[in-house]
Design a protein around this ligand. Structure first.
Ligand code: DP6
Length: 331
């Protein structure tokens, strides 16, 4: 029987950047994010004699996977199988699989689909196993894309770095469910240019930055503050710690060798204007950027009209809106 699963991206509030073991995507530090409810990715996995993967655009037209993408998907399947065998739940697991991946993420909105794709795949692979915990599903998601582990949970979730080299050493856990705090994400995409360096290649360079060690020392306290802010629904505290961490990650990126500069002039202009607007109108809004110039404006419902108004006035930008999501699931 084929298994169908669905998931969506997440936006990081404490950023994951750098691994302690690249092949297994074992992160160098904890991170934390808010799971979005859209745009979704759906996958179907079925038993097959050999591995194959087909991908479709939001409008249903087939999209040819690059060699790199196919290799990553197959490697992920093999790692998932290894992990499920290691924890002795792979009895009915397929020798190989055929995959169909339908992404509703328009290329133009600057949101990476990997977190949604690999968490949905983890869900589907988990469906072939017996008695799998949510933590195990998050480990399988992590093996395809580190941040995907966090999309397994809805609401707010943390990726725990853990210790050691075991496959299951790092996993995600829920900090608060989707209905805890109804924040919104207004996404402003200033550029449609494809990224030059993807996150997988970027993580490898983190260690070359002279700022990376200090970042690793700062994260435990930031993670703690961020969790407190979420539990207490203290927006100001959340804004302070997440903006500090975001700028710190981009400073690490920009000071690595070679330097990774994901933010554009437009990104900096939006940040400046949002800070002014927030101060002037006392708005509960914060900005954050992942590995690209796209700005996420996370806000409370009270700030929504002003933030929407600001976003819709941006020329040559694509605007996208999401709410907090429930995480990946078998459908
Ligand atoms: C900047 O999860 O995309 O978005 O494990 O190589 O797929 P891979 O990396 P990825 O890295 C995410 C980087 C980030 C920050 C974050 O989401 O925490």
């Amino acid at each position: 029987m084929p298994i169908r699963a669905s998931s969506a991206p997440n936006v990081a509030l404490i950023k994951y950047w750098g691994n302690r073991k690249e092949e297994l995507r074992l992160p160098a530090a904890d991170s934390l994010s808010m799971t979005l409810d859209r745009p979704t990715v759906e996958v179907v996995a079925d038993h097959a004699g050999y591995f194959s993967a087909r991908s479709f655009e939001p409008d249903g037209t087939p999209r040819t996977l690059t060699e790199k993408e196919s290799t990553r998907l197959e490697k992920h399947f093999l790692l998932a199988k290894k992990y499920l065998t290691d924890i002795s739940v792979a009895h009915a697991f397929p020798a190989s699989v055929s995959l169909e991946i339908r992404s509703n993420i328009p290329r133009s909105i600057g949101l990476a689909s990997s977190a949604a794709v690999f968490s949905a795949l983890a869900e589907a692979y988990g469906g072939f196993a017996t008695q799998l915990s949510r933590r195990d599903v998050s480990v399988i998601a992590r093996l395809g894309s580190g941040s995907a582990s966090r999309s397994v949970f809805g609401g707010f979730s943390a990726m725990i770095a853990g210790e050691g080299d075991a496959i299951g050493a790092s996993y995600a856990k829920e900090i608060a469910p989707a209905n805890h705090w109804k924040l919104r994400d207004i996404i402003i995409v200033p550029s449609h240019k494809e990224k030059e360096t993807g996150s997988t290649e970027g993580h490898v360079l983190a260690h070359t930055s002279p700022l990376f060690e200090a970042r690793l020392r700062a994260i435990p306290q930031r993670q703690k503050t961020c969790i407190e802010a979420i539990r207490e629904k203290d927006f100001e505290k959340l804004a302070r710690v997440s903006e500090e961490d975001c700028l710190d990650m981009h400073a690490v990126m920009a000071s690595s060798t070679p330097a990774l500069r994901y933010l554009s002039e437009e990104t900096h202009r939006i940040i400046r204007e949002i800070k002014e607007l927030r101060a002037r109108e006392h708005l509960a809004v914060l900005y954050t950027m992942d590995a690209g110039p796209t700005v996420h404006l996370i806000c409370e419902e009270s700030a929504l009209p002003a933030v929407r108004g600001y976003a819709s006035a941006q020329k040559d930008c694509t605007i996208f809106e999401a709410e907090i999501g429930k995480g990946s699931r078998v459908v």
